[in-house]
Design a protein around this ligand. Sequence first.
Ligand code: MG
Length: 392
Amino acid sequence: MPGAADDESLIETPDRQDREEKALAPYAMRVRLSRGRCYPEEPHPYRTLYHRDRDRIVHSTAFRRLMYKTQVLVNQTSDHHRTRLTHTLEVAQISRTIARQLGLNEDLTEAIALAHDLGHPPFGHAGETALAECMADHGGFEHNRHGLRLITELEYRYPNFPGLNLSWEVLEAQARHSKNPQAQDVGPYLSAGGPLLEAQVVDAADSLAYDTNDIDDAWGVGFIPPYPRALGLLWLLAFARVGGRHGRVGPPYFQPAVVRALIDWQVSDLLEQTAIRLRADAIGSIDDVRAAGRALVGPSPEVRALKAELEDFLHRRVYRHYSVMRMALKGNRFLHHLFEEFRKNPLQLPERYAHRAQETSPHRAVCDYLAGMTDRFAQDEYLRLFQPYALV
Ligand code: MG
């Protein structure tokens, strides 16, 4: 993808540049160093490049659809567990806290965080597996690459360019998550060296948030017992921290207190460890970050080991819980049936996708249509197609 060195949105007032210079650490990304947008745009009178990126993501259709997309537990399970949207907001919040403390670019960090899960299809990872199976001989499917496709192509909100025309750095962060670095749409974003610290912060915050919150949600719906020793040492140490701070805490306060302690502990550890690495590698500029050759933002080896133990528990006891498995496999079946039906008879697709099916590949058009659905919409669409008396 071309970087636009003459992008007018990079023209910043001296006052704003000065403020950025004063506020940010030397290794933070700055607007004036950006590779800009693919399609040059007029500068905004008071919003910076990354500030506009963040706003565009929040106003996108894909962002609103996160509300009804499964994180781990499907929407009908309860009214208060995480969805993709609330997970995304928690990641953005934790990322911003870390970015501010490290003197990084908060707007850029927040934009990367808000976009990081946009490409997830309905039904969580089961949905991703289903679409990857359907597309095995037609270019494959991966939520990270689909997210990139959404923000560069499929969102249609601006008459003068496709997608959201986000800055190169936000697209780079999205592309870097792909498991297929050789892919034509991913490769060009890997040319700059190692990832920016802002992108590294979001990766770390994502991992920290989903580990903690998946346990919290599973606990909340009774998948795991209230005082689970099997959760591992990380949780036992968090229990001890809560006890040390509040003494004996009863059921309504105990669980949120443990979750809070756990997030706070992991964020503090991450900040400490990152500061140590930045010092050890003498990181003093963006060029140093790009050339570092290792992840600079991350937990201590002790917390990493404790997290691994927790993740093992999650895999065994939560992600494979029979209720989760039933919904995951049901979602997988839904998507296979929908895919097959639309592929065989693309005239059933809404106009926009039917048009794309003719213009590009029918497989990719059907995949784009399904990947954009919420769980709720996919279920309704299934009824409309296969239930004899459902309204169309
Ligand atoms: Mg995530």
